[in-house]
Design a protein around this ligand. Structure first.
Ligand code: SAH
Length: 347
């Protein structure tokens, strides 16, 4: 059992099955997640330490490379036990001492979105919950070493998080647990291409408190299907229905992501359709200028084209903003995470 990815409510019964009293479960959880110190040094376990050490399997998530951009973002390559690698991006934001980690949920991705570098890799395997938590702790240690603290997480690295739902859910349960060093649920964003049943489960499991971002990228099913293979099986009407039922406690809004692909999804009719789709949805459209990568068959929009799309949406009454790219020089911007392949492409 990899303790790094085991939620408290699974750890306690697993330990009691070994004859370890309940009280020790919180000590173990605290050692692993609050102090992030070696299990063998957990105080006060007495004779119970040995069976716990036998049960625990190590998790390997090492930062094996890092590439910094002049805007302060740092692309991290994480090495895993089987030699596979995933990427993450540390994004400092001086306002409010905010540091965001963009992390991965899978090695590669099965969704094959036409404009995404990771999509060209295919899916190698899912990450375990422990490997997801491991990225957070490795990145947090790195931020701490430079006098910062990791405050926000976005599941916008490699992979489709809801395609590896159980591992993502368990990792989040660990990260939110008050026996450890709990993160604020409202500072975590899970971004999905739109797997309907998993969106519903995610809404139920976290009561809508964790930010949901939907990668929409089109106003019509026709355009969406040209760039997102998933759109052939999931319609925008179904997505809309699912989002309308999604719980939004407090001041929560949905985040709707829209990669601006000039000539593909920025025509006036497309924006008309998007505005109709957004009607009644409590969400903000985040426009993401397309980030290029080697072999991509799209071009990046000019600043004017992105701003025109923003105005086009606002004129239609749609709340929208632009997410300007960060980390492009180090191939760490949205959709550029593809490991060695990315390093050879020009940004
Ligand atoms: N699988 C998840 C996370 C993907 S990455 C999802 O689909 O939402 C996070 C965001 O970056 C998504 O909205 C994704 O569509 C977007 N993205 C992918 N490739 C991009 C590129 N080349 N330029 C800009 N954004 C991109």
């Amino acid at each position: 059992m990899q303790l790094l990815g085991t939620p408290f409510d699974q750890l306690a019964p697993a330990l009691s099955a070994l004859g370890v009293p309940e009280v020790h479960a919180s000590k173990v959880f605290r050692q692993v997640h609050h102090f992030r110190a070696p299990l063998a040094d957990t105080p006060g376990l007495g004779k119970h330490l040995a069976p716990i050490l036998d049960l625990a399997e190590p998790t390997t998530v090492d930062i094996v490379e890092s590439h910094r951009s002049s805007d302060g973002t740092e692309r991290l390559v994480f090495g895993l036990a089987d030699g596979k690698q995933v990427e993450g991006v540390l994004i400092p934001n001086p306002i409010g001492d905010r540091v965001t980690l963009c992390l991965s949920s899978q090695v590669g991705c099965a969704m094959a979105c036409a404009f995404c570098a990771t999509g060209t890799l295919g899916l190698a395997r899912n990450l375990s919950a422990a490997e997801i938590v491991g990225q957070v702790y490795a990145a947090d240690a790195r931020a701490t070493a430079s006098g910062q603290r990791l405050t926000h997480l976005v599941f916008m690295g490699m992979g489709e998080p809801l395609h590896n739902y159980e591992a993502v859910r368990d990792a989040l349960s660990v990260l939110f647990d008050s026996h450890g060093r709990p993160m604020d649920m409202r500072r975590v964003t899970v971004s999905t291409v739109g797997l309907l049943q998993k969106i519903r489960r995610f809404g139920e499991d976290f009561g809508g408190r964790v930010q949901l971002a939907l990668s929409l990228h089109a106003g019509t099913d026709e355009t969406r299907a040209r760039i997102l293979p998933i759109a052939k099986t999931v319609s925008m009407a179904e997505l809309r229905e699912t989002l309308l039922a999604h719980p939004l406690p407090g001041s929560r809004h949905l985040m709707i992501e829209y990669v601006v692909l000039p000539g593909v999804n920025d025509a006036p009719e497309e924006l008309d359709a998007l505005a109709a789709w957004m009607d009644g949805i409590d969400g903000i459209v985040n426009l993401i200028p397309f980030n290029p990568f080697a072999g991509a068959s799209f071009r990046s929009p000019t600043t004017e084209e992105v701003v025109a799309t923003l105005h086009g949406l606002r004129e239609r009454g749609v709340p929208a903003k632009i997410r300007w790219p960060r980390g492009r020089e180090a191939h760490g911007a949205c959709g550029q995470l593809m490991l060695a392949k990315g390093a050879s492409g020009g940004a």
